[in-house]
Design a protein. Structure first.
Length: 394
């Protein structure tokens, strides 16, 4: 592995040149090390490797060259010291919860998190005696009021899903660090191409690699990035023992995905901006949620902490669920699927799919109404997407 990259390179360069993997054969594109274990020259060498007296790979639940290349490259792009790759985004959240929290701890989380994250916290992690409070993510006073001596973690997504609200990460990091808490940011929607939470004061960043890091909707995976102690030692120790690891094949797909991440994120954002502007003037549309619009209440904050606005646009139709379903069923170019961050544009009705399980009360409080539609703008021609939306919205 080529470790001699310069962390000061741009994210474009790091995505292509950081942690280049090359075997003795000199291949230009990285290989897939599809092996469950690694061989030793002697019993003594095996002993020294297990005792960590020498480096070297042992078993692919612990480490694997292809997985390690993905981890090191993503860490470089996020500006972190260490990264562990996981089997999915949810496995990343489970791993960091079980590693960093214990009975009696308190967590403050945004109430607009990805639906499964809230289910994971409430149905599984809470069983082990961890208490969760949910707050309006944009109201820093609400976070402050919940802070207590047992508060160990603040968990947030920005922009939020599906309403695209922007959370002030510097402000939130300050609140966390006035207490004993860590700030964890799910950076799935913007990726390090558009937002680097560690540089804004966050302690840990997590990803669903399934989305933009792959970028072509092929594999499920996740990752956690942060400092050498918490991620490199504690989370690595959890992964090694408990086993929610990433497969080498998936790591290879994500590694190649990182090479085009910056380019893709800019293209997704350009398309989303044009579509948000077009939707904003359409008579069937009550409201558009996209931080790239000057009318968005946190447009200035988004400009200050992000280098782009991303590819997710949501909007509310005047006609409620009936109008949303009619529009979704009439589109021809948008795939009706739960994934996002794909080359293909996708459409979802959050209230009846991704946010069904949190129940009507939490949905109401999170502002996810029945007329809301979420688009993930892909890489098709923007004129074709607008023409498709136009015929679907009559
Ligand atoms: C998809 C998603 C997750 C979960 O990731 P999986 O890879 O599906 O397990 C977590 N957070 C956000 C914001 C997501 O969009």
């Amino acid at each position: 592995m080529n470790d001699s990259f310069d962390p000061a390179w741009s994210v474009d360069t790091l995505g292509i040149r950081a942690a280049e993997l090359r075997s003795q054969w000199g291949e230009h594109s990285p290989g897939i090390f599809a092996t469950s274990s690694f061989c030793f020259d002697s019993a003594e060498q095996a002993q020294a490797t297990f005792a960590e007296q020498r480096g070297g790979y042992i078993y692919s639940r612990f480490t694997n060259p292809t997985v390690a290349a993905f981890e090191q490259r993503l860490a470089a792009m996020e500006g972190g010291d260490a990264c562990v790759a996981t089997a999915s985004g949810m496995a990343a959240i489970l791993s960091l919860s079980l590693t960093l929290l214990k009975q009696g701890d308190h967590v403050i989380a945004s109430r607009t998190l990805f639906g499964s994250t809230i289910s994971l916290f409430n149905n599984y992690v809470a069983k082990f005696g961890v208490r969760f409070s949910y707050v309006d993510p944009c109201d820093l006073d609400a976070w402050r009021e919940q802070m207590g001596p047992d508060t160990k973690m603040l968990f947030v997504e920005t922009p939020t899903n599906p309403l695209g609200e922007i959370v002030d990460l510097r402000g939130l990091a300050d609140i966390a660090h006035r207490g004993e808490a860590l700030l964890v940011v799910d950076n799935c929607f913007l990726t390090p191409a558009l937002q680097r939470p560690l540089s804004l004061g966050a302690d840990l960043v997590m990803h669903s690699a399934t989305k933009y890091l792959d970028g072509q909707g092929r594999c499920v995976g996740g990752a956690i990035v942060g400092d050498a102690q918490r991620v490199g030692k504690q989370l690595f120790g959890f992964m090694r023992t408990c086993g929610p690891c990433m497969s080498p094949f998936n790591a290879w797909v994500f590694l190649k995905g990182l090479e085009t991440l910056n380019l893709r994120m800019r293209a997704h954002g350009d398309g989303a901006q044009r579509i948000a502007e077009w939707l904003a003037q359409h008579p069937a549309v009550a409201q558009v949620h996209y931080a790239g619009l000057a009318s968005h209440p946190q447009h200035e904050l988004a400009k200050a902490q992000q280098s782009g606005f991303g590819g997710i646009v949501s909007f509310e139709l005047h006609g409620g669920q009936a109008a949303a379903f009619r529009m979704i069923n009439a589109t021809r170019l948008l795939s009706i699927t739960a994934n996002l961050g794909d080359t293909r544009s996708t459409v979802t009705h959050p209230a009846t799919t991704t946010h069904l399980r949190i129940g009507p009360e939490l949905r109401e409080r999170a502002g996810i109404r029945d007329g809301l539609v979420r688009l993930s703008i892909g890489l098709e021609g923007v004129d074709d997407l607008i023409a498709d939306l136009e015929q679907a919205l009559v």
